[in-house]
Design a protein around this ligand. Structure first.
Ligand code: TRP
Length: 463
């Protein structure tokens, strides 16, 4: 089977390339844009703690499961799940887990691209000096003007979709692999520069306190779901992205240490982003709960005051764009890999068609910030919020749950043990318990409780 995959898709040159690619997928808008803003909306520290618990207890074990399935199956998630289910004598229905994931990825990409477009225009705005010395109020007004303009948003979305599909069309190896090698370390350095600024901004203490003081009274039931959903989102889990990257992973690399490295890097970037953004929020009397605009409103204020802010600022948003770019590719790769395997069309044609469909759906998100901002789709939410909620809080956890059950219960123990090849028997057993029981229970409890909170409370007569 291995030779067949290499013929179809290719393999990463070594373990480090897998780490880079998986980190490239994991580190994206989720870390720099979404994590700070949902932390702000959910009251800070207690939410951060919950998110960290979810990364360790649910994220890492399930990520190991995904890589394991991918590397064993060697094909797109749909086909890997199908062949492995057959190998284990399990139901053919398992391949639908691959399908649900592929659809989730495509839905996420449709809005991801719109947000990445904002980063794109901020490269220009900062680089051209338009934001020099800008205050919080002006910065906010500027951002709101952007959101009110569907044409600009649409054009930026178009540009980002084209960037994504060009790389996908060329195959992952040639395009993104070499770019990421340079970009990820640079992003890290720039985050440290920003941290240095916010340390001296006068709001650092308050910012750090907001992130790391655990006030559980600020948490709602929905916060728990958001924290868990975000653990899936930020690690690119639950939809086969990591599975398809695992399929290109060399046989001899250790899954456990690789996965822990990726998760640790991802978490570090998110925390660094939070520590860079919140001090600026407090130093300028802004609101931590500002929502999706948080990063785009706060950071220009900081860069506008900083020496060399024009260059650093433009560079920073350029790197955010790149981080988003390396993530967006993995969102559509499972679907593309499947179409290529089935010889439906050549990779470039598949990329163009899927790109066009995703682009069209993305227009719904573009309009959510202006014309359609009050049009309700699901649960009283507008189009963008609906897709975000449905994918991150429901489809990804559900996908992750099924992946955990498959890796924990359906696959043969001998197969799993051989793929994971862990030196420590204790750690292997620990993983087994977590992936069989702890992670599935956590996901079920959180999703069911949040969705049916009112009914449960009524039935149990808790009030
Ligand atoms: N993890 C990326 C981020 O944090 C987003 C992403 C890429 C993703 N691929 C994914 C999310 C697959 C869920 C599933 O920005």
């Amino acid at each position: 089977m291995a030779e067949q995959t290499e013929a179809v898709h290719g393999t990463w040159s070594n373990r480090w390339i897998f780490i880079l690619a998986a980190t490239g997928s994991a580190v994206g808008l989720g870390n720099i844009w979404k994590f700070p803003y949902i932390t702000g909306e959910n009251g800070g520290g207690a939410f951060v703690l919950l998110y960290l618990v979810c990364i360790v207890l649910v994220g890492i074990p399930i990520m190991m499961g995904e890589v394991l399935i991918g590397r064993r199956g060697k094909l797109s998630p749909m086909e890997s799940m199908r062949t492995l289910a057959k190998e284990a004598g399990a139901s053919r229905l398992w391949r639908f887990v691959g399908w649900m994931g592929a659809i989730a990825g495509f839905l996420i990409l449709s809005y991801y691209s719109v947000i990445a477009g904002w980063a794109l225009i901020y490269v220009y705005r900062l680089g051209s000096g338009q934001l020099d010395g800008i205050g919080a109020v002006e910065s906010e007004a500027m951002f709101n003007d952007l959101l009110a303009d569907p044409v600009t948003l649409g054009l930026l979305h178009t540009a980002f979709m084209v960037m994504t599909m060009v790389v996908v069309a060329r195959g992952v190896n040639k395009g993104i692999e070499s770019a990421i090698r340079v970009l990820m370390p640079t992003l890290f350095v720039l985050l440290i520069v920003l941290l240095g600024y916010s340390l001296n901004s006068g709001g650092f203490e308050e910012g750090a306190k907001f992130l790391f003081t655990f006030d559980f009274s600020k948490l709602s039931g929905e916060s728990v779901l958001v924290a868990m959903g975000h653990a899936f989102f930020t690690l690119s889990l639950g939809m086969g992205a990591i599975m398809v990257y695992g399929a290109y992973m060399p046989k001899d690399a250790s899954i456990a240490s690789t996965v822990v490295t990726v998760a640790a890097l991802d978490t570090l970037v998110a925390l660094a982003a939070g520590l860079a953004i919140f001090p600026i929020v407090f130093a300028n009397n802004m609101e931590p709960s500002a929502g999706p605009g948080l990063m785009f409103v706060t950071l220009p204020v900081a860069f506008g005051q900083m020496a060399g802010g024009t260059i650093f600022g433009a560079l920073f948003f350029l790197l955010v764009t790149f981080a988003a770019w390396s993530s967006s590719i993995s969102l559509i790769e499972p679907l593309v890999a499947w179409c290529v395997e089935k010889s439906i069309a050549s990779r470039p044609v598949v990329a163009a068609v899927l790109g066009l469909i995703t682009w069209t759906l993305g227009i719904g998100t573009v309009l959510s910030f202006n014309e359609w901002s009050d049009v309700e789709f699901l649960l009283g939410k507008n189009f963008f919020d609906s897709i975000d909620y449905l994918t991150a809080n429901i489809m990804l956890p559900l996908g992750g749950l099924l992946i955990a059950i498959f890796a924990g219960w359906s696959m043969r123990r001998s197969t799993v043990q051989k793929e994971l090849n862990m030196d420590s028997f204790l750690l292997y057993n620990l993983w087994t318990v977590v992936v069989r029981l702890v992670a599935p229970t956590a996901v079920i409890v959180v999703v069911v409780w949040t969705l049916f909170q009112d009914q449960i409370v009524a039935i149990l007569g808790l009030e």
